[in-house]
Design a protein around this ligand. Structure first.
Ligand SMILES: Cc1cc2nc3c(=O)[nH]c(=O)nc-3n(C[C@H](O)[C@H](O)[C@H](O)COP(=O)(O)OP(=O)(O)OC[C@H]3O[C@@H](n4cnc5c(N)ncnc54)[C@H](O)[C@@H]3O)c2cc1C
Length: 375
């Protein structure tokens, strides 16, 4: 065993899904973990998230799936509604955490964040806000990190979990391939209609919209807007613009329009993807989550990959005698699965932009089947 394994100290940059999941997984293995998060506490945006089967499976391994199901909304079906507003097909999703528990969960982001955060703190993880990594040096032995408040940490492991715009990635000299795909995704929190027991996906003439319940009382509407530049809209225009984009959709979507009234409950985000073809790790440092592999939201699986990363990272570090060897093994185990998901999501985006939605549906299904395979 080498000296850095003995130290078992980790600094994680970013307290998002990947950072908090990794912190808990490492703390369970006996690591002493500190997180530097640039944002203030409770800064998570208010829209909802779909936790797919693999996400629930990974959360279950951390002991957190039941909390997510209790506070979110368990679901096991996707109802596809055709362009005439008629239910065309109901897909029953595989239940990866047992026949008695639902296949997926819708959950509000702040709720997921609170659950992950509470568990990390319960395991002794220290989260410091308003901080980032300013410089990294690992020429001699442990990783030496200077934080933005001027203090220095010497740790065995540095984890960059600071999202698709990761600055840790830059400090480590790792090459990003972030790309914008000419689409905006919309999410709006609305009161949950009584008929919304599972996910509903509505085929429109030029795109897809849908509804995902996130609790007994709330759901989110989603929509992808094609053929747009990297522009922003004034906040006050978000709700009227989303209503306008949803108007051509048939069937029950019309019932949702009056529920989208407050612009502060609406978010519009560019569809960005990234995948690091080169190294993800350098010495005792590694990037995980969106900082290493960010799929387009169409597969609703970025959070699944982020939680899985945390679990696999802790397991591989536990299996190897040095941090460097553990990180190599982690990257070997994760690269192919993450690349497949990112590449599939990019193909789906291209098909949507070409208005070939029907070719995208089987691709989504086969990629979800692949993701259901063991990590
Ligand atoms: C509109 C939209 C909808 C989506 N829907 C789904 C879905 O339904 N299901 C799903 O599984 N995935 C979905 N995703 C993807 C999912 O949100 C991401 O894959 C997931 O959040 C990645 O987690 P992360 O921790 O790597 O990054 P993030 O969640 O982005 O967290 C990064 C954290 O790092 C912090 N940070 C950033 N920079 C720094 C810095 N320099 N120093 C310190 N801290 C820093 C941030 O404040 C943040 O707390 C969606 C994405 C979008 C954009």
């Amino acid at each position: 065993m080498d000296s850095d394994r003995g130290a078992r100290t980790a600094l994680i940059v970013g307290a998002g899904v990947a950072g908090l999941a990794a912190a808990t997984a490492l703390a369970r293995e006996g690591w002493q973990v500190e997180i530097a998060e640039v944002g203030p506490p409770d800064a998570t945006s208010g829209w909802g998230l779909c936790l797919t089967g693999p996400a629930l499976r990974a959360l279950d391994a951390l002991g957190l799936a039941d909390a997510c199901l209790a506070e979110g909304c368990g679901m096991s079906t996707i109802t596809h509604v055709d362009v005439h507003g008629e239910p065309a097909d109901t897909v029953r999703l595989p239940r990866l955490i047992g026949a008695r528990r639902p296949a997926m969960a819708g959950i509000a982001r702040p709720v997921l964040h609170r659950i992950l955060y509470a568990e990390a703190e319960r395991r002794g993880v220290v989260v410091r806000h308003g901080l980032t990594a300013a410089a990294v040096d690992q020429d001699r032995g442990p990783v030496r990190v200077r934080l933005s408040d001027g203090t220095v940490r010497e740790v065995a492991l540095l984890v960059g979990a600071d999202g698709i715009r990761s600055s840790t990635r830059g400090l480590l000299g790792l090459a990003s391939a972030r790309a914008f795909h000419g689409q905006m995704v919309w999410r709006a929190l609305v009161p949950r209609p009584r008929w919304a027991a599972g996910i509903h996906q509505f085929a429109g003439k030029t795109g897809t919209a849908g509804l995902v319940p996130v609790s007994d009382g709330q759901a989110y509407v989603f929509l992808t807007e094609n053929g747009v530049g990297l522009s922003s809209l004034p906040d006050a225009e978000l709700a009227p613009r989303l209503r306008h984009l949803l108007e051509p959709f048939p069937g029950k979507v019309a019932e949702l329009l009056p529920l989208i009234s407050a612009s502060h409950a609406v978010v519009r985000r560019p569809v960005l993807t990234d995948f690091l073809e080169g190294a993800w790790n350098r010495g005792g440092a590694v990037v995980i989550g969106d900082a290493a592999h960010a799929p387009a939201p169409q597969m609703a699986s970025g959070a699944a990959l982020a939680v899985e990363d945390g679990l696999v990272l802790a397991r591989e570090l536990g299996r190897h005698d040095s941090v460097g060897a553990g990180l190599q093994a982690f990257v070997r185990r994760r690269r192919r699965r993450c690349r497949t998901l990112v590449e599939t999501s990019v193909t789906i985006v291209a098909l949507e932009r070409a208005r070939r939605h029907h070719e995208a549906y089987p691709l989504v299904d086969s990629c979800h089947r692949l993701m259901a395979e063991p990590v």
